[in-house]
Design a protein around this ligand. Structure first.
Ligand code: ATR
Length: 275
């Protein structure tokens, strides 16, 4: 996806995947900085840890509590910090800036791929880990009407609902299943990645036909057991491929300062992930 996007923009950059244990994350970020990398993406389990290891935390990462994109910056001729990818020749010190592009990506993907407007919607959120927390905070900020949070570990759902109530008093947030129909069911647990995983939703507790659209952040397999059940019940469905696309496209825009070619990136992503 990124290499296709960079090629379409005429950038002579390469995107490579590196396996880094969490104990070496600080050194890895410092090493990339020393080598004048343009930037980094981080995924599980680095997104929370990286908050401590970047030189600057951008508002998006501070707001949603996680870093998935690092931009390396240096000063331009006027002394302003600019992304390395947008400077002719980096001079002087380089700094790392941590951003979050995941949170905006979920809102955009719900709107585009599920064709449901999050603002004013009632949402049942499955999960209360890092991905669920970023989504819940961003959706509350977007102005959803209600957020019901269900998690295997109930205490974490209660903590997250409490945090939403504190930070966004206009949003109704509670741990547990709603007793009304809802617009969006959003799976932010990792259940569904393996074929023998249990459904992240107890269908006895909440019938899926009371939902307009079901979004699963899992994108491989393309049709998770949750999405199969939702489709059979007549719900609109979307997997997490759109979220993956938009977080990556937004990162490319931060590094390059150019509009990301999202159609090219989506085609490359679909080919790579689903064949
Ligand atoms: P991420 O950064 O991807 O959100 P995480 O913070 O480890 O990763 O969160 C994983 C989420 O998936 C949690 O909500 C977890 O539930 P617990 O808080 O009870 O651990 C949920 N999860 C993982 N495997 C699950 C399973 N088999 N069934 C239900 N929930 C599961």
């Amino acid at each position: 996806m990124q290499n296709a996007g960079m090629a379409a923009l005429g950038l002579d950059w390469r995107y490579v995947a590196c396996d880094v244990p969490p104990t070496r994350l600080r050194e890895a970020i410092e090493g990339a900085k020393a080598m004048h990398f343009v930037g980094l993406n981080l995924t599980v389990p680095h997104k929370l840890l990286a908050m401590e290891f970047v030189d600057e935390v951008a508002p998006s990462a501070r707001e949603w509590g996680a870093v998935n994109t690092v931009v390396f910056e240096s000063r331009d001729a006027e002394g302003q910090w600019r992304p390395l990818g947008q400077l002719e020749k980096p001079e002087g010190p380089v700094r790392s800036v941590g951003h979050n592009t995941d949170a905006d990506a979920i809102v955009r993907s719900l709107r585009d791929d599920l064709a449901i407007e999050p603002r004013g919607a009632r949402i049942l959120l499955l999960g209360a880990g890092g991905a669920a927390r970023a989504a819940a905070l961003r959706l509350a900020d977007e102005g959803v009407a209600g957020l019901w949070i269900v998690n295997r570990t109930q205490a974490k759902a209660e903590d997250l609902a409490g945090e939403i109530n504190d930070r966004f008093p206009a949003v109704h947030a509670e741990a547990g299943y709603p007793d009304e129909s809802i617009e969006i069911l959003l799976n932010a647990t990792s259940a569904g990645l393996r074929p023998d995983d249990p459904l992240p939703l107890d269908l006895g507790m909440y019938p899926i036909n009371r939902v307009d659209g079901v979004y699963d952040m899992v994108y491989r397999p393309a049709v998770t057991p949750l999405l199969a059940a939702a489709r059979a019940a007549g719900c609109r469905v979307a997997n997490g491929l759109g979220m993956l696309l938009h977080q990556g496209a937004d990162a490319l825009e931060l590094w390059s300062g150019k509009a990301a070619p999202r159609d090219v990136m989506r085609a490359a992503l679909e080919h790579e992930v689903h064949g």
